[in-house]
Design a protein around this ligand. Structure first.
Ligand code: WTA
Length: 650
């Protein structure tokens, strides 16, 4: 929504001119060894996308080859149409003859539990669960909601859906029952797969209860499958709820993979937007699988026997593409961890890397800044010699955190890949290639193969060197979202209407003299808290649904660790007065509506909010106040100017 865009502060204050080159030794063994190789392939991918992508798609196994690589009727793309493929087959069956006994998943539970699952075993589990779903009459195209913590069953459930062509929708385990309900309803799920409860910092959490609440009054969800994880007592509704273990005991381990059309939906993943309910981002089989497989291979320089650890939760796109699908499509081992990396001690990640000889480590700037704060003594005790590539994703990384990561985790040996992408893009679009690209701390560097990006102004005109603008993508790419679930109009409006003829990412960026891209953050009402994407509007509607709140405005405030922290400004209904109790209650109310990730770090009660004559809240001003900055820019549009003085006193 263009009229909602906070006028971005496009003046970049970042001055960073250090350049880090990959070592000769690393480059010699890398898939892409130098910039000449990158440039050659990149040029081909842009000039002859059909040739380029057909070659990449051929690395997967297709039941039937596609008729056309791309059909593009803006904004609707079809990739590899006519082709038939199956996701679980490509992640599992195709590796069994030579990698059957290799670990597919190494799992590290937060309470000390561990599991090692080979490709043979994972295949068997996936087939069994696929048969269980079939037993519940789940068919091609039916939606299955997965609400699980980071346990192997989350990957098993996703793969089982893809085996039979059901569309999975994973809901982050930290979302509340209300947030879960919105997603279950929009997807009209037939089955929900959940757990009794999980663990957080050693405490048992309850998740099945949230499902029960979310399903009250819901008729279309026919069955709930409950994995036993922490053993707490939960209610089981007769004929609806069944224990995963009981079902799996009886299930056959033979299940033929469904032959899916390349353009059939693979999954829906809900993500926050600037208006309305969260958007169900739809990804499809052929294009998503092709680009996720190849991006994982080149960007993390995957080789056989690598052990890849991405710390993201499967509830987010990073978990989909680089915990589950990317590594498994490439036949390497994926490390799945439950709970915080600092629990039980801050040594956990480094111990794990040395123990399993992990080769790639992919995490978020928030985590890196947290490791920094805890101190380098923890990683210093560990050799981390197995690591080859370290990556970052989710928010802009400050050069200080980047260099700390490079020095203390990469031990000045491993290239850092700063990877820019979105739920909507399906896979990494802007990144360095570890064996080729000279990196600059804080820059996501250059477009990946097949990605035609630009930084433009609102009219679509390219900005000058180092001048800020909007990051857009000019041409379709295979793993792009196809639509917003059941809402083509919203898809068109959100992504293809803001700037004519191009995909609008919502991010601000600049390009330097070498063409390097520096992401400057969101330009709309989306904030990233510890890498989690939240719409300010969602938090505002949660606040105003409390009886004490008349109006609310939420802004992101710079935070040393989390990148951004949530600050809420609220005005109260007449009968209510400000008190610590009420503030706590409002925080708890947001947790109830969305989940703990959305709890504001500060709630400020005000008499009124600064507004334009048409009644629109001017968030820019609130952001300055939250960050303790001087209010700059035009204030003449404020209708209730007297409030400004009061706000300044805050
Ligand atoms: C931000 C996460 C700077 C960006 C994969 C984007 C980044 C949003 C980077 C998408 C990066 C992601 N540098 N910013 N390397 N990667 N972002 O959908 O604002 O959860 O639009 O997908 O994260 O968040 P999402």
């Amino acid at each position: 929504m263009i009229n909602k865009i906070i006028k971005p502060d496009f003046k970049s204050t970042l001055k960073e001119d250090r350049v880090f080159h990959p070592s000769k030794k690393f480059s010699a063994n890398a898939h892409i060894k130098n910039m000449a190789e990158y440039t050659k392939l990149y040029n081909e991918s842009i000039k002859k996308p059909e040739v380029f992508w057909a070659r990449e798609a051929e690395n997967l196994e297709w039941f039937k080859k596609w008729d056309n690589v791309l059909e593009w009727k803006q904004p609707f793309a079809k990739w590899f149409s006519g082709g038939k493929i199956n996701c679980s087959y490509n992640c599992l069956d195709r590796h069994l003859s030579d990698k059957g006994t290799q670990s597919a998943i190494i799992w590290d539970g937060e309470n000390g539990d561990k599991r090692n699952i080979t490709y043979n075993e994972l295949h068997e589990e996936v087939c069994k669960l696929a048969n269980v779903l079939k037993g519940f009459k789940v068919k091609k195209g039916d939606r299955v909601v997965i609400y699980l913590p980071m346990i192997p069953e989350v990957a098993i459930a996703m793969l089982a859906c893809t085996r039979i062509g059901a569309i999975h929708s994973v809901v982050f385990g930290g979302y509340s029952s209300e947030a879960l309900k919105v997603r279950i309803n929009d997807a009209r799920a037939k089955v929900v797969i959940t757990v009794d409860g999980g663990y957080r910092k050693g405490n048992k959490t309850r998740m099945k209860d949230a499902v029960d609440e979310a399903l009250s009054g819901v008729k279309f969800v026919k069955n709930v499958i409950v994995v036993k994880r922490n053993g707490i007592k939960v209610q089981m509704k007769k004929d609806r709820d069944f224990l995963y273990g009981d079902l799996m005991k009886k299930a056959s381990s033979v299940c033929q993979p469904a032959k899916m059309n390349a353009e059939d939906p693979l999954f829906v993943l809900y993500t926050s937007g600037t208006t309305g309910i969260p958007k169900g981002v739809v990804h499809t089989h052929g294009g998503y699988l092709t680009q996720v497989a190849m991006s994982a291979k080149y960007i993390f320089d995957l080789h056989p026997n690598d052990k890849f650890w991405c710390t993201a939760d499967v509830g987010w796109i990073t978990g989909h593409s680089y915990v589950v699908y990317g590594p498994l499509l490439n036949g390497v081992t994926t490390i799945v961890t439950e709970g915080l990396p600092t629990h039980p001690t801050p040594e956990r990640p480094w111990k794990l890397i040395d123990k399993h000889k992990i080769t790639q480590f992919y995490t978020a700037p928030t985590a890196i800044r947290m490791f920094m704060k805890i101190g380098r003594a923890w990683p210093a005790r560990h050799k981390l010699k197995s690591l080859k590539v370290i990556g970052t994703v989710g928010e802009p990384i400050n050069p200080e955190a980047w260099t700390w990561y490079y020095n203390n985790i990469g031990k000045r040996r491993c290239p850092v890949v700063d990877t820019w992408w979105q739920t909507e893009t399906g896979s990494i679009l802007v990144t360095s290639l570890p064996g080729a690209t000279p990196t600059k701390p804080g820059s996501a560097t250059l477009p990946f193969f097949g990605v035609d990006v630009a930084v433009v102004d609102m009219k679509g005109k390219k900005t000058k060197v180092n001048e800020g603008g909007y990051l857009v993508i000019n041409k379709p790419w295979p793993s792009m979202l196809r639509t917003v679930y059941k809402n083509d109009e919203r898809y068109k409006k959100t992504y293809w209407n803001e700037i004519k003829g191009v995909y609008f990412s919502g991010d601000g960026a600049r390009r330097d003299k070498d063409g390097y891209i520096w992401i400057m953050g969101r330009t709309d009402d989306i904030i990233k808290v510890a890498g989690h994407r939240l719409g300010t509007m969602e938090i505002e509607s949660a606040l105003v649904s409390h009886k004490a709140v008349a109006e609310a405005a939420v802004v992101g405030k710079q935070d040393e660790i989390k990148g951004e922290a949530i600050v809420a400004f609220v005005s109260l209904n007449l009968k209510f007065t400000e008190s610590e109790k009420l503030i706590n209650e409002l925080g708890a109310h947001v947790v109830k509506c969305i989940g703990p990730i959305a709890r504001p770090s500060q709630i400020i009660v005000v008499d009124d909010l600064p507004k334009t004559r048409s009644g629109k809240i001017i968030r820019r001003i609130l952001k300055s106040i939250a960050e303790g900055n001087e209010i700059k820019g035009d204030t003449s549009t404020i209708a209730n100017a007297d409030i400004l003085e009061k706000l300044k006193k805050l």
